[in-house]
Design a protein around this ligand. Structure first.
Ligand SMILES: Nc1nc2c(ncn2[C@@H]2O[C@H](COP(=O)(O)OP(=O)(O)OP(=O)(O)O)[C@@H](O)[C@H]2O)c(=O)[nH]1
Ligand SMILES: [Mg+2]
Length: 271
């Protein structure tokens, strides 16, 4: 039995749910099967199609109403409730053997940068449900081409990577929104950037008293060697297909699909 799980993470509005749907429709177009698991208790009811939905267990609206909590407190309540009821998740996922599940996560990044809710779910999926997991982290392209925002985005992606300890793929989403040629040229630099070169640009824009801090952050990002991004235009099947092939690679999807070779018969003479 093999199961692949792709966690789709990133700040609010980065395009996570759209990306999940784009992967599924691409998979369908090439004759593969995949399912979306919605882990966002505040997801809009009708916009996207989910096979498994946390809102069948608990919804943000109900929690806000019942306990008089705000949206963020309610979200944490929902996840703590999920952690206390992981058998619900086991049951929902139970029948999906040899399947590809895409976990659409909420945009409140504190869930995977501050509190250990998502890491606990990740360990559960790996250890109890036998998933090969990978994390994809989306940042909006038009946001990242502002150099200082690039560092803030890279740090949030790094924080998720460290907390989740999963193979990690960074994605620049909504590439089609970067339109003028100056920004398009700038964008290329950010797909495979050199943080140390970018420091000079940040330093030009910031007060000299922050320069050492900028350099320290650039060194940190550089040391982790994780500042590579794959471009995504949700409506462009080619970009979705490229990202899917990276996900297949890190989750060893293809290997799991290949029929096992029968054990070579051991020649008595060779022993
Ligand atoms: N132009 C363009 N718009 C996009 C793309 N991907 C998503 N969007 C738009 O961005 C908005 C937010 O997209 P969602 O997929 O809901 O983003 P999300 O990250 O799931 O948002 P939350 O769940 O609220 O955190 C929607 O209006 C989408 O139509 C893209 O590749 N190009
Ligand atoms: Mg969403």
């Amino acid at each position: 039995m093999s199961r692949v799980g792709v966690l789709v993470l990133g700040p609010a509005g980065a395009g996570k749910s759209t990306f999940c749907n784009a992967i599924i429709s691409h998979m369908q177009s090439i004759g593969r099967r995949g399912h979306i698991v919605n882990l966002d208790p505040a997801a809009e009811a009708t916009k996207y199609e989910f096979t498994i939905d946390i809102r069948d267990l608990i919804s943000l609206e109900d929690v806000m109403e019942e306990f008089g909590l705000g949206p963020n407190g309610s979200l944490i309540y929902c996840f703590e409730y999920l952690l206390n009821n992981l058998d619900w998740l086991d049951e929902e996922i139970g029948d999906f053997n040899d399947e590809y599940l895409i976990f659409d996560c909420p945009g409140q990044i504190e869930l995977y940068t501050h509190i250990p809710v998502l890491p606990t779910i990740v360990r559960h999926l790996q250890n109890q449900l036998n998933f090969n997991l990978c994390a994809t982290y989306l940042l909006e392209a038009s946001f990242v081409i502002d150099t200082s925002k690039f560092f803030s985005g890279a740090l949030s992606a790094m924080s998720a990577m460290i907390l989740l300890e999963l193979p990690h793929i960074n994605i620049l989403s909504k590439l089609d929104l970067v339109k003028d040629s100056h920004n398009k040229k700038a964008l290329k630099k950010f797909l495979n950037p050199d943080p140390l070169l970018l420091t000079d640009r940040v330093n030009e824009e910031t007060n000299p008293k922050f320069h050492k801090l900028n350099e320290a952050i650039a060194n940190l990002v550089d040391d982790f060697g994780m500042v590579q991004f794959l471009p995504l235009e949700a409506k462009n099947p080619e970009s979705v297909s490229t990202i899917l092939s990276y996900v297949d690679d890190v989750t060893q999807w293809a290997e799991a699909q290949e029929p096992k070779e029968p054990n070579d018969q051991i020649e008595i003479d060779d022993m």
